[in-house]
Design a binder for this molecule. Structure first.
Ligand code: COA
Length: 331
């Protein structure tokens, strides 16, 4: 219960994936890897890759149109746009402003939120706070990412992991007793910032010929260390959000963990004591799509009937920063 007695209703969701599919066999032609290695170490079989004329804002736009349609509202009814992304069309203006233009609306505030793969959970926390404070009534929250465009396609330790996609959610004010967001828990620890990052292109190392030649504009990662901390922090976040919601594991129909690696997902499920048949998996066809992961998964779970009205689901994420977070939703 918040002091304004305002709750948050999720009106609808939507998603969009680019049409091009990149298989593990395709990757065998690009780097020294194998379908067997990728499947057994990550669980990934295919991922979607955006076209050169298909920037992050375009996927965001198509996912938003779906979400608006499923929510039965038009863009003019929105009061705020938030886009979570680490792969914006450009450094500025924000992808949220570019999305606003594509939606054909003007004047409402729009901004990007950067929390890497935890971005959408951070976005839910921000949208919830804005709505509960009474500042904005109806918010479009979008997670849109094109990791393929910040990937070093000669580095087999990273290029097999990532993909592109976007998911959107419309949230609006509702009576407190009808709220769909039961809890949100967030965390971050910047001391791990050197384990998963892009070195150049910002103010620390502005773009020069040298930064391009040294491939400083693509993802650098210490996979093994990321793996261990991801398991620890996702399990912790999952337990904290559950505690805050007042629900028990048995009350939940589905867990939607960030889809970074099948082995991470299995380890988290084991640590929090959830059976794998309650865990949503789509990593085999998407790869890791950063902040678009949890929302596209939620949208798929709703669309395919895995989640029905009244069901309780937990979304759990972890990403560069490091950042982590979880939210318990009543659909
Ligand atoms: N194909 C074939 N071999 C590969 C390979 C690939 N795509 N990538 C790495 N290898 C090799 C390594 O070079 C290494 O060879 P070596 O033993 O001869 O040195 C071997 O496979 C094992 O590498 P290692 O890094 O120990 O594998 P791993 O079991 O830790 O799996 C990851 C690597 C990246 C899949 C795994 O560490 C991981 O998923 N980490 C988390 C990444 C993540 O989720 N990031 C995003 C967080 S939001």
């Amino acid at each position: 219960m918040n002091k304004n007695n305002i709750g948050v209703k999720i009106l609808g969701t939507g998603s969009c994936f680019p049409s091009k599919i990149l298989t593990n066999n395709d990757l065998e032609q690009i780097v020294n890897t194998s379908d067997e290695w990728i499947k057994s170490r990550t669980g990934i079989k295919t991922r979607r890759i955006s076209g050169s004329n298909e920037p992050t804002s375009e996927l965001a736009y198509k996912a938003s149109v779906e979400a608006l349609k499923n929510s039965h509202i038009c863009p003019e009814q929105l009061d705020l746009i938030i886009v979570t992304t680490i792969t914006p069309d450009m450094l500025f203006p924000s992808t949220a402003c570019l999305l606003q233009k594509k939606l054909g609306i003007h004047a409402i505030p729009a901004f990007d939120l950067s929390a890497a793969c935890s971005g959408f959970i951070y976005g839910i926390a921000v949208a919830k706070s804005f709505i509960e404070s009474g500042l904005y009534k109806t918010i479009l929250l979008v997670g849109s990412e094109e990791l393929s465009k910040i990937t070093d396609w000669t580095d087999r330790t990273t290029c097999v992991l990532f993909g592109d996609g976007a998911g959107a959610m419309i949230l609006t004010a509702a009576p407190c007793e009808n709220t769909n967001i039961l809890s949100v828990f967030l965390g971050a620890d910047g001391s791990y910032s050197n384990l998963l990052y892009i070195p150049a292109g910002g103010t620390l190392h502005p773009t020069t010929q040298e930064t391009v030649i040294k491939k400083m504009h693509t993802i650098k990662m210490q996979g093994k260390r990321v793996f261990k901390i991801a398991v620890m922090k996702m399990s912790y976040a999952a337990k904290k959000a559950l505690e805050l919601s007042g629900k028990k594991i048995k009350d939940l129909q589905l867990f939607i963990p960030h889809q970074a690696n099948m082995r991470i997902i299995e380890a988290v499920a084991k640590k929090i004591g959830v059976s794998m048949n309650k865990v949503f998996i789509n990593i085999y066809k998407t790869g890791n799509i950063s902040s678009a992961t949890t929302i596209t998964a939620l949208d798929e779970a709703i669309r395919t009937g895995m989640l029905k009205q009244g069901d309780i689901v937990e979304l759990i994420a972890f990403g560069s920063g490091f950042t982590w977070g979880a939210t318990v939703l009543k659909i």
